[in-house]
Design a protein around this ligand. Sequence first.
Ligand SMILES: *Cc1c(COP(=O)(O)O)cnc(C)c1O
Length: 379
Amino acid sequence: MSVGTDNLRAWAEVNLARLERNLAHIRAALPPHLRYVAVVKADAYGHGLAAVAARLMRAGADVFALANLDEAAALREVGLGWPVLILSAILPGERARVPALDVMPTLSSVDEANAFADLAARRGRKIRVHLKVDTGMGRLGIWHTQFEELRSAVAAAPGLELAGVFTHFSSAGSNDEVTETQRRRFLKAVQPVARPGLLIHADNSAGIGSFPEGGPFNGVRIGLLQFGVRPAGGTFLDRVHVEPVLSLHARVGLVKNLPAGTRVSYDGTFKLRRPSRIAVLCAGYADGLPTRLSNRGQVLIAGRRCPIIGRVTMDQTLLDVTDLPEAPQPGERATLIGEDGGQVLTVNDFARAADQVAWEVFCTVSKRVRRVYTRDSAT
Ligand SMILES: *Cc1c(COP(=O)(O)O)cnc(C)c1O
């Protein structure tokens, strides 16, 4: 799988065959009528939008969800015809791009509904919209007790077509009681509008852990899980077989021996307690290794865990490789996320050491890190 990476200093391997299998497994675990909304915001969680979206289109995603209109424009370059939902608020100055890109905005207020109604009237074409209900997240959406105002504003606007209604859970997988309260509030709000053809969706990756049988839900919004990472969640999620899509690597640039007592890295943040062999890794915070990993994180070399010592710097990170049976060589491959020789460092391991959440780990991997794609299903 490392073919073609010999000259890369830091890179991410993205296995698109696994992505496709993950989608199939998630689908198979859910009721068959559910529409799969593939959440591919933030450059498909750092995996690369073009390749990921193309594969998900082939794999049978029904709808794509993105954070903003620039991302939607990039998705339109990948393939035409898929419904696209914009999850974030649209700025007043951006509204004209909504009909131009033929995407569905998320409406959270009567003002937004009126603005899009005017725009639709001026353009003489319908704009399909999703209404968001705030059931307790306190972020986007109209507060659930006021949903009727938004619903009737949209119903009264000939230029707006109601395509979907949704909410977002604040504590899916971590607090079932809060999630159930949100689900109840949402169901009460949408009951009057539920009709065939309307996309009613609430669950993200963690949410499907408590997906209810029956009920009006006919869509799920899947981000993290399709990339093979399980958020904290119920036992249901354990039954969905997913494999990690991304692994993160860097090469050793230099190996050297230093005497005991040497203080290494900026400000001498780490003092060697013994004569040590140090590997200088060709990756730092400019590649997406948070400084929080300083003196905390681990990296795999030759199937062994090597501790990060000293401060993570912009382009380089120091590893203690004294305990490796053989000294690594310059050019040797190291694994920051992924599997090597039977040892595994998961995204969640990385996130724990870095004080991040798994979503953030992916978003932090920078542009400098080349994404290398595996497309076949052999691995
Ligand atoms: C990002 C996002 C999702 C996807 O969440 P995952 O936990 O990654 O599955 C779903 N819904 C909304 C509104 C989001 O912003």
